[in-house]
Design a protein around this ligand. Structure first.
Ligand SMILES: [Zn+2]
Length: 378
């Protein structure tokens, strides 16, 4: 087990508070990078979503992040002092002490009966000031617009949220996926950002109380580079192929405790990957249960996306150290676990095998198989 003290991260669990934003100073306008300026903010760069890495976009993200830290839009530096990472393969545990400054988001019980489909209600992402103060880049395709903003309470450097524009039809604003085109948009964004960036999507809570780590009911994804270190089998191991659909393989990584389905193909097949993945997402939408999606670019010009359907389970007690909530998601599903307190991190450090067993159980009991997929029991 190795300990690092230099790096940060926290999960793609943005919060209401994250969205609310401070009375932040206006972020620096990014000049000279924009292929095209947005009409409501001169100099604001925007890009059509398309295949291939975009050096301009990557530079705009880096500049937006730098500016976010400088202006205080990003509340703390997730590469700053006190941040600790404990490696206990196949897991990696992250503790970012400054995340404790983030007000908690408690979920009422029972969950709303609408579950995933809880209608969008006015939220902080709708405020015109949100875009004016927070947007670092804008991406668009087929009439859909996403504002890319810094996560105010990041788990790792360069932690961004692509947020669907508030003027989208109200029917597509709730925090779940509505069709293959939304998946394709995020896979194209991933392709433009390039490795080691990854994209994540955490849905609303399900009608059964299953949770995915998301709390703002307004369509948003996550985009950040995975910090270097031991790789997760979810994106490293060869999956067992369940079926092939033309150029696309649908399967699962045997032995990974979080139940899932992976869809993989060459990067030029992003559209086919999105369609195949949507067929799996649709089944979980129909069940009205929460889910997480994570996608990565693999060596050799391939793209792999994993869908993790969630189920409700009680919080997990860490002996004598505290409690780990079941409302987690994002990169935690593939093994980067965010630890809320120093006490729990210290327990993990001194009980690595027990910590591994506890993490495995927590991943098993908060996930279940995709309906109709014979690959994993639920
Ligand atoms: Zn909203």
């Amino acid at each position: 087990m190795k300990n690092h003290a230099e790096k940060a991260p926290r999960p793609p669990q943005d919060r209401e508070q994250e969205a609310r934003g401070p009375q932040a100073p206006q972020a620096a306008v990014i000049a000279g990078l924009a292929p095209e300026a947005s009409p409501d903010r001169p100099g604001r760069p925007r890009w059509p979503l398309s295949r291939g890495r975009s050096a301009d976009l990557v530079a705009a993200l880096a500049e937006g992040w730098r500016s976010g830290l400088e202006t205080g839009i990003v509340v703390y530096d997730p590469a700053g002092p006190g941040v600790e990472v404990v490696d206990a393969p196949p897991y990696r545990y992250h503790h970012v002490p400054a995340r404790a400054t983030r007000p908690g988001a408690r979920k009422p019980w029972p969950p709303p009966p609408e579950g995933l489909r809880l209608p969008h209600a006015p939220c902080p992402f709708d405020d015109p000031a949100f875009v004016r103060q927070r947007e670092v880049a804008r991406v668009e395709r087929e009439g859909r617009t996403y504002h890319i903003v810094c996560n105010r309470y990041p788990v790792t450097p360069l932690h961004f949220l692509p947020v669907r524009s508030a003027d989208a039809p109200p029917s597509v604003l709730p925090q779940h996926l509505h069709g293959p085109e939304e998946i394709e948009d995020m896979l194209l964004l991933l392709d433009m950002a390039g490795a080691p960036y990854r994209v994540y999507f955490n849905s609303n809570r399900g009608a059964d109380g299953s949770q995915s780590g998301s709390s703002v009911n307004h369509w948003h994804a996550q985009l950040f580079p995975l910090p270097p270190g031991p790789a997760s089998p979810v994106f490293e191991a060869r999956p067992r192929v369940l079926r092939r659909e033309g150029p696309v393989e649908v399967g699962a990584v045997d032995g990974w405790p979080a139940r899932h389905v992976v869809v993989e193909a060459a990067s030029e097949r992003i559209q086919e990957v999105s369609r195949a993945l949507w067929e799996e997402v649709r089944k979980v939408n129909d069940r009205n249960a929460a889910y997480n999606l994570e996608a990565a670019l693999l060596p050799g010009g391939r793209v792999r996306a994993a869908l993790f359907p969630r189920r409700h389970a009680p919080d997990r007690e860490v002996p004598g150290a505290g409690v780990l909530s079941t409302n987690f998601g994002g990169w935690e599903m593939s093994g980067d676990i965010v630890i809320p307190t120093r006490e729990i991190l210290e327990w993990i450090r001194s009980h690595p095998d027990e910590a591994r067993r506890l993490t495995t159980r927590r991943l098993e009991e908060t996930t279940r198989g995709v309906p109709g997929a014979p690959l994993q029991s639920s």
